[in-house]
Design a protein. Structure first.
Ligand SMILES: [Mg+2]
Length: 136
């Protein structure tokens, strides 16, 4: 599966720091035989790719569609299909399935939402969880 992570407020917080458990979640997804990609609706997020030593884990870096999500994949030259997306906005998760995390704003509070996203992904792959954590 191709697992796409939003960047701003999903992987990084208000002051630009990395959210807890980014590397652990990426490593777990890859260890299970899947691939990790990052994307952003604001830019192609090479800054996230380069600034946090995650290059060994990320298979692609892309501009994220902010509307018309499926049709935009070709225009944005995204060569693989996002099977599961993790985002602090509902739109991409509604479009592709995945897991909505709260925006990473309260950076001093305990935060395990990326581990929760991984556990939901793993359960979905096993057929034991719905395609997203959105209310059905
Ligand atoms: Mg975001």
């Amino acid at each position: 599966m191709n697992v796409f992570f939003d960047c701003d407020f999903t992987l990084t917080g208000v002051h630009g720091g990395l959210r807890p458990y980014v590397r652990e979640a990426f490593e777990a997804i890859i260890a299970d035989g899947h691939k990790v990609y990052i994307w952003s609706g604001a830019r192609v997020p090479w800054d996230i790719y380069e600034d946090f030593g995650l290059e060994d884990l990320i298979s692609g870096v892309y501009f994220k569609p902010i509307e018309d999500h499926h049709a935009s994949l070709k225009f944005l030259q995204i060569p693989v299909f996002p099977d599961f997306v993790v985002d602090d906005n509902v739109g991409p998760v509604e479009a592709f399935g995945g897991y909505v995390v709260p925006p990473y704003i309260y950076v001093k509070e305990p935060d395990d939402h990326l581990l929760r996203a991984y556990r939901h992904f793993k359960a979905w792959v096993a057929g034991e969880a719905p395609a997203s954590n959105l209310p059905s």
